[in-house]
Design a binder for this molecule. Structure first.
Ligand code: ATP
Ligand code: MG
Length: 417
């Protein structure tokens, strides 16, 4: 599958891409109906880079209603038929098929004012964001590469198709896509494209936070993340103005930690926020439109950023608070504090999770037991919490009789409750 970068241009044009039979079947069906179809976009880029291909996009001159007719017998999802996109599912492989489109005006910097279909493949390739994403492939006609995307892939360059100012003005999300691709692929953003990104960054304010997040999350996980964050801090400040709190020196030191962690978004984003967490208003998470689970994870990491981790008791308390987040949390702590012994901490936490008591549901006494002792209302929860605390702090064994005894002798007699 791997294409040799250093082979000649002719061998590139003759080079064959082996396509899954499901993709070939879609192309054949469109052609049987008198239409054209090509593989386009990320699949070609990945093929030329020797990377695994995750999904296939096809581009065709069939109009949406024609596509609908042609794939009537197939399992399809109407991804956005009025914009010309249909997803065909074949043997569980989703194949996104889009009608050739051309660029129109974009008054809002994010949506074309109208979708105009075209019969020209070249025009469709011209409206695509970067040269590396504007190559088409056909199983018998080979590669169609009008903007020399293959050469840019070979050099590791991200370059807009056409004038960068105009392309970023049309759709400002392309700014973030360029940075995300640079982080993921380790590519350099070509000079004019790069300087235009700095000039046009303000246009990101027109883009919805949901679309920004999708790119930002992938960007943070890329292998080139440090380089991209270093060179485009001003761009990220448009949607994360909190980063303005960092001097360039502080920023450089924080971002250098990221490549040392696994590719985990909550870990990496929490690292970027740790030193400014006291300044984060409650609206911060709402503004970022994170899922509740993501919000909870990042908030918890930040809240416990300085919690002790040096004793079994402190780790038990953390296991109770963190539940399934405990191992990523340890990674977050160790990344920020390299003097911590990560392996030892992980082993101790694994042991606690296996053998120790650290949460209420493990307690060998429950609410009903306390009710039968005559407790009522909030006292029940308070007593359970106090008993768990005693077990965690080695003051009492987690056994029914021992807990009952501790309740009677320590909690009632000391009037702790
Ligand atoms: P990946 O799937 O890894 O994100 P991709 O290149 O397949 O990479 P998609 O977002 O799936 O990216 O888009 C498919 C293709 O559609 C791109 O390769 C590009 O040609 C085009 N495209 C996507 N978004 C834009 C955009 N905002 N402006 C112009 N063209 C775009
Ligand atoms: Mg894709």
């Amino acid at each position: 599958m791997y294409y040799d970068f250093f082979s000649s241009y002719n061998s590139f044009m003759e080079c064959k891409m082996i396509l899954p039979k499901e993709v070939l079947a879609c192309i054949e069906l469109l052609e049987k109906n008198g239409k054209e179809a090509y593989v386009v976009g990320g699949a070609i880029r990945s093929f030329l880079l020797g990377h695994e291909i995750h999904d296939y996009d096809l581009t065709t001159n069939a109009l949406p209603e024609e596509m609908h007719q042609i794939f009537l017998e197939e399992k399809v999802i109407d991804t956005g038929l009025k914009h010309g996109t249909l997803t065909v599912i074949k043997n569980h492989l989703p194949i996104e098929i889009t009608t050739y489109r051309k660029d129109t005006t974009y008054l809002d910097h994010r949506h074309p004012d109208e979708v105009i279909f075209t019969t020209s493949l070249e025009e469709d390739l011209k409206r695509r964001d970067f040269t590396m994403n504007a190559i088409a492939y056909h199983p018998t006609k080979g590669f169609i590469d009008p903007f020399e995307g293959r050469m840019d892939i070979e050099k590791g360059y991200i370059r807009t198709v056409g004038n960068p100012s105009q392309r970023f003005e049309e759709d400002a999300l392309r700014i973030l896509r360029a940075l995300r691709f640079s982080s993921e692929l380790g590519f350099t953003i070509e000079e004019e494209t790069s300087s235009t990104i700095h000039q046009k960054k303000e246009d990101l304010q027109y883009i919805s936070m949901e679309r920004i997040q999708m790119e930002w999350m992938r960007l943070l996980l890329g292998k080139n993340v440090e380089h991209v964050l270093k060179n485009y801090k001003d761009v990220f400040e448009i949607f994360l103005p909190e980063f303005k709190k960092y001097s360039m020196e502080e920023w450089d030191s924080i971002i250098s930690i990221l490549p040392t962690t696994s590719q985990n978004f909550p870990i990496r984003f929490s690292i970027l926020l740790t030193s400014i967490k006291v300044y984060l208003p409650s609206s911060f998470y709402r503004r970022l439109k994170f899922s509740n689970a993501l919000k909870k994870e990042i908030k918890t990491f930040l809240e416990y950023a300085n919690h002790p981790v040096d004793t079994t008791i402190s780790l038990r308390l953390l296991c109770g608070k963190m539940e399934r987040m405990i191992l990523p949390y340890l990674e977050y702590r160790c990344a920020l504090n390299p003097s911590l012994n990560k392996k030892e901490l992980q082993e101790e936490v694994q042991r606690i999770l296996r053998e120790d008591t650290y949460c209420l549901k493990q307690l060998k006494i429950n609410g009903n037991d306390l009710i039968s002792l005559g407790l009522q209302g909030p006292k029940i929860q308070e007593t359970l919490d106090a008993l768990l605390d005693a077990v965690i702090h080695n003051k009492c064994l987690n056994e029914y009789e021992a807990l009952l005894d501790y309740y009677k002798t320590s909690l009632i007699s000391d009037n702790k409750l």
